[in-house]
Design a protein around this ligand. Structure first.
Ligand code: MLT
Length: 267
């Protein structure tokens, strides 16, 4: 746990690495860091070699730009290269899913399987872009804690909000610790990302789609649409979970994730 790798482009990337078996790269959302995946890296050691990096601008990784989905994806490619991994299962939650789509578009030969958690294939609407610009101004003027205040309600489901204040507080701390440069860069990267809907039909690796039933940010209908478009994909809807389904219902998430990974280990 807790390593640092310097990429060929000069970026330092902090990452956790645990377990053995099929390599699995775990990509956090916005404005998270690799600790989002703690319930998986602590439990999935028998299912895969789990590598959870802090994306550029988040956690303990370097904060310098440029920021784009392609750049995040290229950073992941460079990290895998440093670790001597030529193919990995790519699991992305929300913005991490957008990075997974960029990886599939740029370097599909590196992708052994996909886990698309609480994410969507489409690009931002003009309304969402306007909200991102507002959030950029909040980040610059008031800092990360104000961004955390704005984001926290939608980040978890109603059940978690009602019954798990400790999880909500912990997640708020994670969001509030994000560097402002990373927040602004992440918002720009999400605004600029291309529509990946057309890419879905090209996905021909095993794909697991997971979504919290109470996800308000990337609702179940988005996952159903991805499931319909990706031939042979599996969809798992997790009851009682919202947008960070891996954190809100780790046992249910790990169960379906572990089953998915076992197919690679025994293939
Ligand atoms: C995330 O969790 O990564 C973000 O909510 C994604 C987004 O804002 O589109």
């Amino acid at each position: 746990m807790g390593d640092v790798s310097t990429l060929h482009n000069g970026l330092t990337v902090a990452y956790d690495e645990v377990g053995t078996g099929v390599p699995v790269v775990l990509l956090h959302g916005f404005p998270h860091n690799r600790s989002l995946w703690a319930p998986q890296t602590s439990a999935m050691v028998e299912h895969g070699r789990c590598i959870a990096p802090d994306l550029r601008g988040f956690g303990d990784s370097g904060c310098e730009g440029p920021f784009s989905m392609d750049q995040y994806a290229e950073d992941v490619v460079a990290l895998l290269d440093n670790l001597g991994i030529d193919r990995a299962v790519v699991a992305g939650l929300s913005m991490g899913g957008y990075v997974a789509f960029a990886l599939w578009r740029l370097r599909p030969e590196l992708v052994r399987g996909l886990v698309l958690a609480d994410t969507r294939a489409g690009a931002d609407s003009s309304e969402t872009r306007a909200k991102r610009l507002e959030l950029m101004a909040v980040a610059r003027d008031k800092g990360a804690a104000a961004v955390a205040n704005a984001q926290i309600t939608g980040m978890v489901g109603a059940s978690t909000r009602a019954h798990n204040p400790a999880l909500v507080n912990g997640l708020h701390q994670m969001l509030a610790s994000a560097p402002v440069e990373g927040i602004v860069g992440g918002l720009q990267a999400m605004m600029d990302r291309p529509d990946s809907t057309g890419l879905l039909a090209t996905i021909d690796v095993p794909t697991l789609i997971i979504v919290g039933e109470e996800d308000a940010l990337t609702p179940v209908k988005e996952s159903r649409a991805m499931h319909a478009a990706i031939t042979g994909s599996t969809l798992q809807v997790i009851p009682g979970a919202g947008h960070v389904s891996n954190l809100e219902k780790p046992a249910a998430f790990n169960h379906v994730f572990g089953e998915f990974l076992s197919a690679f280990n025994y293939a």
